[in-house]
Structures are given as structure tokens and as C-alpha cells.
Ligand binder design. Structure first.
Ligand code: SAM
Ligand code: DTB
Ligand code: SF4
Length: 364
């Protein structure tokens, strides 16, 4: 059973979503217990490896270059700093690292080579590695898989109908193609949405229907509440009630019994009781640490206290799938060999009295 056959139509899902809340939560908790250990919640750390300056116009996103937000633009982090951050995340109990880049799409360049190195290094630390880098083709997905990537995150965000009101610089179809490319490369797929962007309940159900219609639904489905950021077109969106997030988590859990449902952005606006209902209703992952990509998240100690009170335990890495093997990357190998050769040639030339010319760079 890939999806719950009882809720494979729009009408049945809508009816489920609108059930009396406690009936819905009870049904979700029952399904959750059949397929998952209800005490385990994965702690995943988000790391923005390339921040801001994105050419896309996603209406919710503080990293889009065209909106005037407080986000500082940063070029790609170094592999060394990523390793340092991954170590700290692991020490704090995270079993997954999700690296996000404010890119429209992956390009075959030096930056992508560095991301491949990051994936190799973090996978070798026995953490699940997830990347969210924008659109990619099948070859790029295969390269990441070969490096040891566990999951690729690429959200559909909302229904196909409402998508046009949120983003104009790409199509829903582009998103579906990238998900397909990740799937074909053998990566696990993480794909979900955002509620609270002004969509109708039918759009929330429409998002779930898009996953229902896939040959294989996502292995992991993040449910985000909009973080309304000053400067974005959605800055003035009225915050959703936490009951809506609980309903969305519960409906997703029941519809996709085997997927991991992630209680993602929006927890700073929730009470511990509200989050507890989400865990009861089948959420089994949170983002840990005081920052999501660019916006605040609950303090680490607060989450630890919540785990203690609710009797939750952090999930071990690779509990939901085998650890990928880190393979050598042919492009990186060739680059390293070329660099070595250049060094050796320079050394040999120096021995013969060659003085490399000093280049002075001046700022224009
Ligand atoms: N640029 C890549 C892309 O869009 O696929 C990866 C990074 S992007 C920031 C990752 C996801 O973060 C988006 O798909 C969206 O679902 C989520 N996101 C971005 N801004 C958000 C916000 N203000 N509130 C909630 N979720 C947000
Ligand atoms: C997902 O669904 N939510 C995360 C992760 N996948 C990449 C991102 C949330 C970003 C919230 C806005 C920000 O911090 O910039
Ligand atoms: Fe760019 Fe991703 Fe933000 Fe859209 S969500 S603006 S693609 S970083």
C-alpha cells in the first residue's frame, strides 16, 4: 500500500480534513501507530549554504532578490564550514542535515562540485543528508546520489491552481519534473507545502492530490506554516490558527501512512500543546536549532524540554532507509588530478629557475 486507498479522491480527502478535530486526530494517531514508532521524532538541522539573491519570485520567500527583506546575501559556504556545522548539529542530536541553497536551479559548475563534496563529507559522518537546491536534471540527481545524498527536497508548496498566484517564474510542471528526476536517480523524495498563504482548503487538498497521483508518493512530506516576512508580498497574511496545521498534519498522515510527516516552519507561533497534538496526529520530524534557513525557530533547549515532557526520543539516522554509499566523484577526481599536475609542473619549472609572475589585483 503506497497511499491510503480510502482517501484517494479529492472528495474523500476533503471530508477527512473537515472531520471533527478530535476524531481526525484519533484516526491519524491510529494510522501512525500502525506504521511508525510514535515516541520517535527526528531532529533535522537546516543549513542555508547559499543565502539570498535568488532570481525567482516565490511570494513567500525572503530570499528572492526582488523583495526588500533583511536577509543578507551570502555566497556558497565553504566545505569546511559545512562540516563544522554538521558536527555541531550531530552533537545536538540531529540525525539529518538539510542543506538549502537560494538557487533557481543547479548548474554544472564549481559551486555544484563543492556541494558534492559537502554531501560526501556529511554522509561519511553518518547523518542523513538532504539537499534543497532548486530544479535539477537527472544527471545532477545521479551525481548527488553517487556522492551519498539520502534525500532531495523540492516542495510543490500548494495546489496546481493556486501555484500561479504564488510564483510566476516557473511552472508546477517544472517542480514535478525535478521530483521525477530525483526519484529516477534513486534518491528519497521530500516534498510538501505551505499553508497560510491565502489559499482555500481545496488548495491544501489539491496539494495532497498531486502527491496521491504520483506513481510513488514522497517518502517525506514537510508541512510548513507560512512565516510571513516583512518585504515579501505575503508579509501581511493573517497567521493561521494552529488547529489548521494540526488538521493538515493529521490528514497527510492518514492519506500517506508510510511517509514521514514533518512539522516544519511555523513552530514559533505554536504552543507546546499544539505541537503535542501534531505529534499525536503523526508528525515525526521537526527542524531543530534556533534558525530555519533565514527565519527564527524555537530555541534548542525549549525543544529538549518539550521532548522530555511529551516522552519523545530523537530518531536515529537511517531508521527509514539504508545509508547510501559515498562513491568517488569522477569530476572531483579529475579536478584534483589536474590541480596536482599543475602544482607538480610549477614546482619543476621553479627548480629550473622559473619565477612565477606576481599578479596584483586592484579593485576597479
Ligand atoms: N531554492 C530552492 C527551492 O525553492 O526549491 C530551495 C530553498 S527554498 C527556501 C525551500 C522551501 O522553503 C520552499 O520550497 C518553501 O516551501 C519553503 N519556504 C521558503 N520561504 C518560506 C516561508 N516564508 N514560510 C514557509 N516556508 C517557506
Ligand atoms: C521545508 O519544507 N521547509 C524548510 C525545508 N523544507 C527546506 C524550509 C523552511 C524555510 C522557512 C523560511 C526561512 O527560514 O527562510
Ligand atoms: Fe528562490 Fe527557493 Fe526562495 Fe523560491 S523558495 S525564491 S526558488 S530560494
Amino acid at each position: 500500500m503506497k497511499v491510503n486507498p480510502a482517501y484517494s479522491t479529492k472528495a474523500s480527502l476533503l471530508e477527512l480534513y473537515n472531520k471533527p478535530l478530535l476524531e481526525l486526530v484519533f484516526e491519524a494517531a491510529t494510522v501512525h501507530r500502525q506504521f511508525h514508532n510514535p515516541r520517535e521524532v527526528q531532529m533535522s538541522t537546516l543549513l542555508s549554504i547559499k543565502t539570498g539573491g535568488c532570481p525567482e519570485d516565490c511570494g513567500y520567500c525572503p530570499q528572492a532578490a526582488r523583495y526588500h527583506t533583511d536577509v543578507d546575501t551570502h555566497k556558497l559556504m565553504s566545505v569546511e564550514s559545512v562540516i563544522e556545522q554538521a558536527k555541531a548539529a550531530k552533537e545536538n542530536g540531529s540525525s539529518r542535515l538539510c542543506m538549502g541553497a537560494a538557487w533557481r536551479e543547479v548548474r554544472d559548475n564549481r559551486d555544484f562540485d563543492s556541494v558534492v563534496e559537502m554531501v560526501q563529507a556529511v554522509n561519511d559522518m553518518d547523518m542523513e543528508v538532504c539537499c534543497t537546491l532548486g530544479m535539477l536534471n537527472e544527471d545532477q540527481a545521479k551525481r548527488l546520489k553517487n556522492a551519498g545524498l539520502f534525500a532531495y527536497n523540492h516542495n510543490l508548496d500548494t495546489s496546481k491552481d493556486f501555484y500561479k498566484d504564488v510564483i510566476s517564474t516557473r511552472e508546477y510542471e517544472d517542480r514535478l519534473n525535478t521530483i521525477e528526476n530525483a526519484r529516477k536517480a534513486g534518491l528519497t523524495v521530500c516534498s510538501g507545502g505551505i499553508i497560510g498563504m491565502g489559499e482555500a482548503i481545496e488548495d491544501r487538498i489539491g496539494l495532497l492530490m498531486s502527491y496521491m497521483e504520483m506513481e510513488t508518493p514522497p517518502d517525506s512530506i514537510p508541512i510548513n506554516a507560512l512565516v510571513a516576512v516583512e518585504g515579501t508580498p505575503m508579509a501581511d497574511q493573517k497567521p493561521i490558527e494552529q488547529w489548521e496545521l494540526i488538521r493538515m498534519v493529521a490528514t497527510t498522515r492518514i492519506a500517506f501512512p508510510k511517509s514521514v510527516v514533518r512539522l516544519s516552519a511555523g513552530r514559533t507561533k505554536m504552543s507546546m500543546e499544539g505541537q503535542a497534538l501534531c505529534f499525536l496526529a503523526g508528525a515525526s520530524s521537526i527542524f531543530a536549532g534556533e534558525k530555519l534557513l533565514t527565519t527564527p525557530n524555537p530555541e534548542f533547549n525549549e525543544d529538549m524540554e518539550m521532548f522530555k515532557i511529551l516522552g519523545l526520543v530523537p530518531k536515529e539516522s537511517f531508521a527509514d532507509g539504508e545509508k547510501p554509499v559515498t562513491h568517488e566523484d569522477p569530476i572531483l577526481k579529475k579536478r584534483k588530478e589536474d590541480e596536482q599536475l599543475r602544482k607538480e609542473r610549477l614546482e619543476a619549472a621553479k627548480k629550473e629557475g622559473f619565477e612565477p609572475r606576481k599578479v596584483t589585483v586592484t579593485n576597479a
